[in-house]
Design a protein around this ligand. Sequence first.
Ligand SMILES: [Zn+2]
Length: 424
Amino acid sequence: MEKNKTKNLNEVKDEVKDEVKDEVKDTGTVALGIYAKSSTTYNDNVNASNPMPARLREVFHSYRIKRYSLLKTARKYLLNHAREVNAKTEELHKISRTINCKHAFAYEADCVKVDFNSKNAYYTGLQTCGSVWNCPVCSARITEVRRKEIAKAVEETYKLEYQAVMITFTFPHNNKMPLKETLRKQAEALKFFRSGNIWTCFKTKIKFLGLIRALEVTHGHNGWHPHTHELWFIDPKTKEKSFKAFILKRWIECLKKANLLSEDPSKAELEAVTKRSVDVKMNCKASDYLAKNDSAKNWGIDRELSKSANKGKAKGLHAFEFLAEDTPKNQKLYIEFVNAMKGKSQLFWSPRLKNLLKIDEISDADIAENEDEEEKLHENKVYFTQEFWDLILEKDYRAQILNRLESAENVSEEFWKIIKFLSD
Ligand SMILES: [Zn+2]
């Protein structure tokens, strides 16, 4: 596996946070470190000349603009697809709830409201799709929460005196393989892997506590490339060499059973599979896993913003990159992806593992819906009626409004400026 040098948003955030901390130490000033500079709440603490929170805010804001812009293209692709299959208006949600995500009013809502927590401004009263696969806006929010859960799980594992091992499973693929079929075969191979006596005995031997599996799908010269990054929690005394050998041998057997590798592969084929299909890292830290297992790292937007060295390399594209450039080919690939991923979980946790590691159960939909995990800060009475919301959609201004309100010294004043801008 090639190491991806791309920085994702969280890494940028952490980096900036550390720099801010250092600055506070040096200058003794109180850093805000958050974006919502509301005059009513933060007036006393705001240090407007502090450049670091401003830089962090800038990165965050440009990401948000990109995400909403990608979501707009997603809606366009999905509506085109709906027309192709003659879907009726009341059936659009069956095609994908992403069509109306952050676009149409929620059931019984008569306006869109902007609320604030300590970090963000966010909309309430809008439909939200909660799709980690299809939606660049919901996915960002869900990933943020899931990353924290994984980090906590790894921490708890070591407290219980287990070790975390990271295993990446891939397989040979080509551009004649439709995604749906490839995913079905992959799921079969994974099921074979964890069935029968051999697996039960192995599990006991390594004191297997459970696993977290993340499914990732990219698309490159050789077509669709579904692969999984797994975290296993096992005995810290496990012997690395025999552990790795067992996993590789069993994965190759499973690939044959699932028809992802021929029964009698050529020497070259077998060599390639042996070399590339399994990657194991013992004694893994949460950061190792999160760096690899983060769909966001594959986004065009992250690459662009971090000016990564990876840009232009023949690496697989993430589905959101099909939204970055509106072309018929990209539309076709995105729709194939959306249809194939229906009902698939991005993250799988072994039964009872969350309970064991003290992680609360919360669904993707609930995460996407509730941005105010922290206490809501204050009521600013920022509302948009349908009439104004239509203008916002028309001007493609959803992200910018949140950005402006977060940066505003005075939220009410900024709100009236926005209204004026929309009415002009
Ligand atoms: Zn969404």
